[in-house]
Design a binder for this molecule. Structure first.
Ligand code: GLU
Length: 309
C-alpha cells in the first residue's frame, strides 16, 4: 500500500468513528434530510491515480463548490470584465451576509460569498450564454462524466426557501450589479448549487486546477496558467467564508466548501482532493471534511506554504 493510500485509510477510519460531526444545513429542507454519518474522500494524484475511501461514490449536493465552476464559465465568456462587478477580497462575513453590500455600493467582496456568486451567475444566466446548461456542460467536461446532473428536489427546496438569496439579488439589482431578471438569475444559481456529484467526480473536476489549468489527459489548456493560479488564490483566501483564514492556517491549500458538506481542495502539482461529510461547523463548512483535509495535508506535506520537498 502506498503512503497516500495508507493515510487515506487512516483518515477514513478516524472520520467514520468521529463523534462530533457538526450540524447538517437546516435552512434548505432537502439538505436537512441528509444523514450526518456519511464520510467520503477521493484524491486524484498528479499521475492521475485515484485513491478513494468511504462514501466516495455517493452523490451529494455540491452547493457552493459550484461557485468555482460558474466563475470559470463566466471568465471564459466575459474575461476580466467579471472583476468590474465582483471583488477579490475575503469578506470576513457569513456566506449569506448582506451587511457589506450597503457599505460597498452593492459590489460583492468576492465571487465565493453568496452575493458574489449570484452576481457571477447573472453574467451567464441569460440564454445567450447558456445558463445552467453551460455550467453543467463545464462541470461534465471537467469531470469527464456526462452523467452529472442537477438534483431537482434540492433546487426546488432552495427556491422555495431562498429568501435571503432573493434579498441579496434584489439589493444588488438596485445598485445595477445584476443585469437579468432576478427570478431567472436565481433559478440558475439554485440549480448550479443543486448539482449532485460524488467525491470521485468532484476530485476529477478539480484536476485542471492542480495542473495549472491544463486538461489532465490531453495536456491542452482549459484555462491559462495565470487564471488557474488566480482561482486557486481566491479559493485559498475566500473559499471558506469567515473561516477562510482558519482553513488556510490549518490546511494551507486552496479549497472551496459547500453547505452540502463537500469541499474541493487543490494541492497544486500534487493532487485534486474532494471530501464530503454533511455535518457543518457554525460557519457552514464541513466539520469532518476540514479535519480530514488537515490530517491529509499534514501527513503528505501538501501545503502551498511548504517549500518543495
Ligand atoms: N445554496 C446555498 C445558499 O445559497 C449555498 C451556500 C453554501 O454552500 O455555502 O445558501
Amino acid at each position: 500500500m502506498s503512503r497516500l493510500a495508507a493515510v487515506i485509510a487512516d483518515i477514513h477510519a478516524a472520520m467514520r468513528d468521529g463523534r462530533e460531526r457538526g450540524q447538517v444545513a437546516r435552512y434548505i429542507p432537502e439538505l436537512a434530510k441528509v444523514d450526518p454519518a456519511h464520510f467520503g474522500i477521493a484524491v486524484v494524484d498528479a499521475a492521475g491515480v485515484e485513491h478513494v475511501a468511504g462514501d466516495a461514490d455517493m452523490r451529494f449536493s455540491i452547493q457552493s463548490v459550484s461557485k468555482v465552476f460558474a466563475l470559470v464559465e463566466a471568465l471564459a465568456r466575459h474575461d476580466e470584465r467579471v472583476w468590474q462587478r465582483v471583488g477579490r477580497e475575503p469578506s470576513g462575513s457569513a456566506f449569506n451576509s448582506i451587511i457589506q453590500l450597503e457599505i460597498e455600493n452593492g459590489r460583492p467582496r468576492n465571487p465565493f460569498i453568496n452575493a458574489g456568486a449570484i452576481a457571477v451567475t447573472d453574467l451567464i444566466a441569460v440564454a445567450a450564454y447558456g445558463g445552467i446548461a453551460a455550467i453543467l456542460r463545464r462541470v461534465r467536461d471537467l469531470a469527464g462524466d456526462a452523467s452529472i446532473t442537477v438534483d431537482g428536489d434540492v433546487a426546488a427546496s432552495e427556491a422555495a426557501t431562498g429568501f435571503r438569496n432573493a434579498a441579496l439579488a434584489n439589493y444588488m439589482k438596485s445598485f445595477g450589479i445584476i443585469d437579468g431578471p432576478i427570478d431567472a438569475t436565481l433559478d440558475v444559481y439554485f440549480r448550479q448549487c443543486a448539482i449532485a456529484m460524488s467525491c470521485r467526480q468532484l476530485a476529477r473536476a478539480g484536476r485542471f486546477l492542480m495542473h495549472a489549468g491544463r486538461c489532465p489527459t490531453s495536456g491542452h489548456p482549459i484555462i491559462s496558467p495565470e487564471r488557474a493560479r488566480r482561482i486557486n488564490a481566491l479559493m485559498l483566501t475566500c473559499g471558506h467564508y469567515d473561516a477562510s483564514g482558519e482553513f488556510a492556517f490549518r490546511v494551507g491549500l486552496p479549497a472551496k466548501s459547500g453547505v452540502g458538506g463537500g469541499i474541493l481542495a487543490i494541492a497544486p502539482g500534487r493532487a485534486s482532493i474532494a471530501v464530503w461529510s454533511p455535518g457543518l461547523s457554525p460557519q457552514g463548512n464541513s466539520l469532518l471534511g476540514t479535519q480530514a483535509l488537515e490530517t491529509l495535508a499534514q501527513a503528505m506535506g501538501w501545503s502551498v506554504f511548504n517549500p518543495d520537498p
